[in-house]
Design a protein around this ligand. Structure first.
Ligand code: CMP
Length: 138
């Protein structure tokens, strides 16, 4: 069944001019891009987005990083999109990511890990709504 997931090409990847390469992989793997914007998050925006991680020791650093430059936010559609996108990204920590995954290829560290993806349908719905109005989805 076709579903939508939410994805981010994070500031580390945009800064290193990897957005095009990552978008190319997204399309080559069969995802349809339903929404796409370049956003520069404020610290508050990043804190709101990552609120579930508020108690983690890396929260301050993570939200600073996410507010450090522009990022590309995306809504991707495919059969089983949530799992498919997480597989394409690879493990959170690039040192543990499989060969051929985006994080293995492009991530600098567990924090500056190039991409984000929703982990469940409920999270995808909340994350999509955080960045996109219905009229901006195609
Ligand atoms: P993401 O998939 O966007 O979800 C939460 C983010 O927190 C994660 O990618 C990383 O960018 C970051 N993160 C997760 N674990 C750690 C960690 N141990 N140290 C620093 N950052 C982390």
């Amino acid at each position: 069944m076709s579903e939508c997931t939410f994805a981010i090409i994070k500031p580390d990847a945009v800064k290193r001019k990897l957005a095009g390469k990552i978008l190319q992989r997204i399309e080559a793997e069969g995802f349809t891009i339903r929404g796409m914007r370049l956003v520069h998050l404020s610290k508050k925006d990043a804190e709101g987005f990552y609120a579930v991680h508020r108690a983690r020791p890396f929260f301050a650093s993570l939200t600073e990083f996410m507010a450090s430059g522009p990022a590309v936010v995306l809504v991707l559609e495919a059969p089983d999109a949530i799992k498919k996108w997480r597989t394409l990204m690879g493990a959170t920590d690039p040192a543990k990511a499989d060969a051929g995954t985006l994080r293995k290829e492009f991530a600098e560290s567990i924090e500056r890990n190039a991409t984000h993806g929703s982990d469940a349908p409920e999270t995808a719905a909340v994350e999509i709504a955080y960045f996109f109005r219905g009229v901006d989805l195609n």
